[in-house]
Write a protein that binds this ligand. Structure first.
Ligand SMILES: NC(=O)c1ccc[n+]([C@@H]2O[C@H](COP(=O)([O-])OP(=O)(O)OC[C@H]3O[C@@H](n4cnc5c(N)ncnc54)[C@H](OP(=O)(O)O)[C@@H]3O)[C@@H](O)[C@H]2O)c1
Length: 309
């Protein structure tokens, strides 16, 4: 591990701060914005400063300048590549949370571990609750589930937030790909027989920042697994229609396709919708409807194009 003593750390050493891992990712970028908005001090080291591929230095860093809270938004997120780069995916998604939780437990640090809807098979035919038994169908999902388990075993106070289908304006997503094409009057094909919980990365980051604030304020924040997603469910086809609505674009540009027409290297769950009632009831954090989150992302992206005559 390359460990650089960042100048920001010497300032933060005297204060309670959040260590944000994965701060350059889609979610991490939004976390930075939301932590700033709540005036929560944080350090978000880049890969050069903390490489999750080497576990040895993490303990040293945490022991010398322990944060009050760790947000682990770093992950091996390429679901198809995980099938072939198995040990790397396991290390980042399972071994890192395990070691973070061990250290967190010893030093009294709270850990917020981000997980995924891909821990489920998608065969239930209904929205999943936190107590449903995970049954991952690809290696990415298996490693993320192993990370959840290891973190909760080593530090039961860990907050595991399962999320899904993230979109935001830091790192472009499938939402941007659809939006740009529709805005340019190009035809798109979108899967109509796979369903999930589209989630605004900004909304999730806001929930994470509020959890950090509660922890800093000394509130009771019970550990465990929570689903943190946009409410409702949608297929990519329905998302494309919602985007067209936001852009006032021509919906006849959108053709429905089947997941079986575009086979992925890693199998994907067909119906991985998550129920988010628990986070609302226990942590008091409201989950917005997926269409509101999508609308926010599209408006923020400032994508404009040809409008329907
Ligand atoms: N995106 C989704 O739709 C989705 C759905 C469900 C759950 N999630 C979960 O949400 C969390 C955030 O996902 P995201 O979409 O923000 O991911 P992302 O955009 O792919 O970002 C991943 C982050 O992890 C960092 N990272 C990866 N390998 C690293 C390594 N070896 N050393 C140091 N840093 C490393 C990346 O750094 P670099 O910038 O240097 O690569 C980046 O900051 C993850 O836990 C993911 O599993 C995401």
């Amino acid at each position: 591990m390359t460990l650089i003593t960042h100048p920001a750390l010497s300032e933060l050493a005297e204060r309670r701060y959040v260590l944000l891992l994965g701060g350059s990712g889609r979610l991490g970028l939004e976390c930075k914005t939301c932590l700033r908005e709540l005036a929560i001090p944080f350090w978000a080291p880049v890969r050069l400063e903390i490489d999750m591929g080497n576990l040895n230095g993490i303990a040293k860093l945490l022991a010398t300048t322990p944060p009050a809270v760790i947000i682990n938004a770093a992950a091996f997120t390429d679901v198809d590549a995980a099938e072939t780069q198995r040990s790397e995916a396991r290390q980042i998604n399972a071994d890192v949370p395990s070691i973070l939780a061990e250290i967190a437990s010893k030093l009294g640090i709270r850990l917020i571990q981000i997980s995924t809807d891909f821990v489920f098979s998608g065969q239930a035919g209904r929205a999943y609750h936190e107590e449903d038994e995970p049954e991952p169908i690809n290696w990415y999902g298996a490693t993320k589930r192993a990370g959840e388990r290891a973190a909760l075993m080593a530090a039961p106070s860990t907050i595991v937030l399962r999320t899904a289908w993230l979109h935001g304006n830091g790192r472009p997503s499938f939402v941007h790909a659809f939006a740009h094409k529709l805005a340019n009057g190009e035809r798109i094909r979108a899967i109509a027989d796979r369903f999930g919980s589209p989630t605004s990365a900004h909304s999730l980051a806001n929930q994470i920042a509020l959890i950090c604030k509660s922890m800093f304020d000394g509130d009771d924040v019970p550990g465990g697994i929570y689903h943190a997603v946009g409410k409702g469910s949608a297929s990519p086809f329905e998302i494309a229609h919602a985007i067209a609505g936001e852009l006032d674009a021509d919906v006849s540009l959108i053709a429905a396709s089947s997941a079986s027409e575009q086979p992925d290297i890693a199998p994907r769950p067909v119906y991985a919708v998550l129920d988010c009632q628990k986070i609302e009831e226990i942590l008091g954090l409201s989950c917005e409807h997926w269409q509101d989150g999508l609308s926010h992302t599209i408006q923020q992206a400032g994508i404009r194009g040809r409008r329907v005559a």
